[in-house]
Design a binder for this molecule. Structure first.
Ligand code: 5GP
Length: 175
């Protein structure tokens, strides 16, 4: 791939920071003041987003993590989802927000919404940093979206290609 593309941000660190602060304000506005939120991040891609979003919150927040395998082949997900690591604490009667890096076909988020809904949270919403609406295969609700993007494969800010590039502080197109 051309060396240059990875060094040309689609979204700079500054743009991401600004957008995440606005998302945190939008999220907090939707819940009663000081009501605790429980953020469940999907590893590994959402780790940076969770880190910045949670630090932008001004109320009690607790965190947990899940890991799923989406049986990707190459740069496309196949649609099958499997839980690799489950949350450590009960979701019962909590305001749960699923924290995802990117919604592509929507299959992973639809699956997560189903299995977490079954654990009787007080409320269940999803916050995703990126969304590719043109790729959607299922009509899944994404309550908070950072940026909508075209059908391009992106890396950085937690997102990888073959475990590379997660550490980049910005998001770039991998081509
Ligand atoms: P979905 O189930 O919505 O098709 O796929 C969601 C998952 O596919 C994401 O959590 C992410 O791991 C992976 N994915 C989808 N699009 C991209 C992309 O552009 N870049 C990277 N690095 N991963 C992606």
């Amino acid at each position: 791939m051309p060396e240059g593309a990875l060094h040309t941000p689609l979204f700079t660190a500054d743009q991401i920071r600004t957008r995440i602060r606005a998302m945190a304000r939008d999220i907090e506005r939707d819940y009663p003041p000081q009501e605790p939120l429980h953020l469940v991040a999907v590893l590994k891609g959402a780790f940076m987003f969770l880190s910045d979003l949670s630090r932008a919150m001004t109320r009690p927040v607790t965190l947990d993590f899940m890991a799923v395998s989406s049986y990707a082949n190459g740069t496309r997900s196949s649609g099958e989802v499997r839980v690799i690591k489950d949350v450590d604490t009960s979701l019962h009667d909590r305001n749960v927000i699923i924290i995802e890096d990117i919604v592509d076909t929507g299959l992973t988020l639809a699956y997560l919404r189903d299995i977490l809904r079954a654990r009787s949270p007080k409320s269940l919403r999803a916050a995703c940093l990126l969304s590719k609406p043109s790729r959607r295969l299922v009509d899944v609700v994404v309550d908070y979206i950072g940026f909508e993007i075209e059908d391009r494969f992106v890396v950085g800010y937690g997102l990888d290609h073959g475990e590379q590039f997660r550490h980049l502080p910005y998001i770039a197109v991998y081509e």
